[in-house]
Design a protein around this ligand. Sequence first.
Ligand SMILES: [Fe+2]
Length: 262
Amino acid sequence: MALAGIDGRPFVDLSGLVDDGALDALHVEITYALAKLPTRYTGGSHRSLGISPAALHDDRPDYGEVIAGLDEARFQMFASLGDPAHPVDTREGHVFGEDGDVPLTAAQMRWLELAHGVYFPWKVYLELTPSTGRWADKARPVPYTRDAMLHLPRTLALIERLPFAVRGTVKLLGLMPGDDGTVHRDGDPADQTEPDAFVMLVPGRPKRLFLYDDATGARVEAPSRVYWFNDHDWHGVAADPWFRYSIRVDGVFDPAFAREIR
Ligand SMILES: [Fe+2]
């Protein structure tokens, strides 16, 4: 399917909102905070979630498939690494991980990676707002986490200046050197009436996010360090030999700004 885009454009370049100097300054604060804060992995199950294009499927293990294939003894090893406050020792009636009812613990992710070779594309993942676990809640007002307020004050100040009427969830997604972000989409275009509103900020080294047209195989790279795109289009991140990350800020755009950019 060809790209849905936003008003016929693959990306909306929002680099006028934040200058390079401000992004460079954030990079200093953010990388210092990331060195101190506990971060998690994310991704790793796009194929089993059915949100990646068949033409790009490879043989890297996906944790949804791995968990489904564990024998009982191995499943109990996996379960023993779960959250002791919410023990889950059966697969029956449960979905583990992203979009499921049982979030994976850091230990479970590490075990899936080390014992079963699961590929987690985003190995440095930090939520600057508490997660409700429901993707649909991302445009609702939500406070920042205590860690974000303590360690990322300049970053939050810049986010607060973005043109949102409602500022929703804020997430930092980082890739380690050599890793690629598996191509996926965040929703089915058939379910979409309007593109979801968000701003992507890329404070550090270049991060080559691209859109993928599965009709032609064409890729279109993000135009700048601050942009918006239709996340119901297939998108991924090309491999590069350095750590890079983006911050995704969801919400509802200020109406005047929304009119101006459309
Ligand atoms: Fe995505």
